[in-house]
Write a protein that binds this ligand. Structure first.
Ligand code: AMP
Ligand code: ZN
Length: 112
């Protein structure tokens, strides 16, 4: 499958890994918009939030279990934002479900 994040998970394309377990891979965004900008992805190909279902939701739960651990490791003691872009209106550019973990400064009200 020609998916950028599947290739990153497989190690075929380099990434700056910050966290990994059986279900989850997390790495630094290549074009960070905030001092800390980590992408957290499931180790299974899911296109976007619209494709989350009973069969793959365990991966999503594992992502959110990883969030506080990654946030702590990244020093985000004063809060952070977790967002996912889904589809055209949200300007999703990579069609593999991913959650942006962003922080390290006071964030504005709207993403994008
Ligand atoms: P989205 O617009 O929500 O689909 O986010 C895709 C994110 O992937 C963007 O913030 C990009 O900067 C990021 N990105 C694209 N290619 C890479 C890459 N090779 N390594 C790390 N992050 C990437
Ligand atoms: Zn994929």
């Amino acid at each position: 499958m020609d998916c950028l994040f599947c290739k990153i998970i497989a190690g075929e394309i380099p990434s700056a890994k910050v966290y990994e377990n059986e279900y989850v891979y997390a790495f630094r965004d290549i074009a960070p918009q905030t001092p800390v900008h980590v992408l957290i992805v499931p180790k299974v190909h899911v296109c976007c939030a619209d494709d989350i279902n009973a069969e793959n939701s365990l991966y999503v739960a594992k992502i959110f279990e990883a969030v506080p651990e990654i946030a702590k490791a990244e020093g985000l003691t004063n809060g952070y934002r977790v967002i996912t872009n889904c589809g055209e209106d949200a300007c999703q550019t990579v069609k593999h479900l991913h959650f942006h973990l962003m922080g390290g400064r006071k964030l504005q009200g709207e993403m994008g």
